[in-house]
Design a protein around this ligand. Structure first.
Ligand code: FMN
Length: 224
């Protein structure tokens, strides 16, 4: 089947993307509004950008009516009316329910921290708090927002942040800076309401030796 995005509804395009781009890591993003209220929301259109400087991106889409979600409104640069800061908290399996609860749209003045029971801890280099339960948190200063369809319902936005401080739970990293995937126990988002764990893993070298390598759990070479 061939699908021309122009002949699909926005909902269908979204379904194809979230079903095919899997698994997606989840950024639980904390921000602070100009009036000091904190906000916490999950985003799975999330990726690293580069390590020099250490940069990541999160994509809070426009709302169904074309407005900005609170996360984008809060985290956009000061010059654009935001506070220019956010924290990305990585989501472990044990946090899954509380993370999903944070996708609730709350009335003005109510906090997702209270609703979910997740614990805010003061950050050190930015104003929004980090989440105590997260094994890894990235304190970020917003560098840029790229809007792919400003003001349009569900238009995409790329929020780019430079990481100014990383928090890692002591037992989850060694002195060679390897993060222990078992301690992190990250989950990913699949299509619909589905999630996956990162508990089944295999290793492969890069390049042509990948075709010959035998390692526990590694898949067969395609077609053999
Ligand atoms: C696991 C998960 C991943 C999500 N990923 C995204 C995403 O990448 N982009 C987006 O705009 N909304 C995403 N959402 C929905 C937002 O979390 C939801 O719209 C939230 O209410 C936004 O909060 P805010 O208005 O406080 O920023 C996701 C929800 C869940 C549960």
């Amino acid at each position: 089947m061939r699908l021309d995005p122009a002949s699909l509804t926005q909902e269908e395009r979204y379904k194809v993307m979230i079903g095919a781009i899997v698994p997606r890591p989840i950024a639980l993003v904390s921000t602070r509004a100009a009036d000091g209220r904190t906000n916490l929301a999950p985003f799975s259109f999330f990726a690293g950008v580069g390590s020099n400087p250490m940069t990541l991106l999160v994509c809070p889409a426009n709302t169904d009516t074309g407005g900005e979600k609170d996360t984008l409104r809060n985290a956009k640069p000061i010059a654009e009316g935001g506070t220019g800061e956010f924290v990305v908290n990585v989501v472990s399996h044990a946090m899954a329910r509380r993370m999903a609860a944070c996708a609730e749209t709350l009335p003005h003045g109510e906090s997702e921290f209270d609703l979910s029971g997740l614990t805010p801890v003061p950050s050190e280099r930015v104003a929004p708090p980090r989440v105590a339960e997260s094994v890894v948190s990235f304190e970020c200063v917003t560098r840029q927002v790229i809007r792919t369809n400003p003001g349009a319902p569900n238009g995409g936005n790329i929020l780019i942040g430079e990481v100014v401080l990383v928090h890692v739970r002591d037992d989850a990293i060694n002195d060679r800076r390897h993060i222990d995937p078992a301690a992190l126990d990250a989950i990913g988002r699949m299509g619909g309401f589905a999630y996956c764990t990162t508990r089944e893993r295999f290793t492969l070298p890069m390049g042509r030796t990948a075709l010959d390598a035998t390692s526990p759990g590694a898949p067969p070479v395609l077609g053999t």
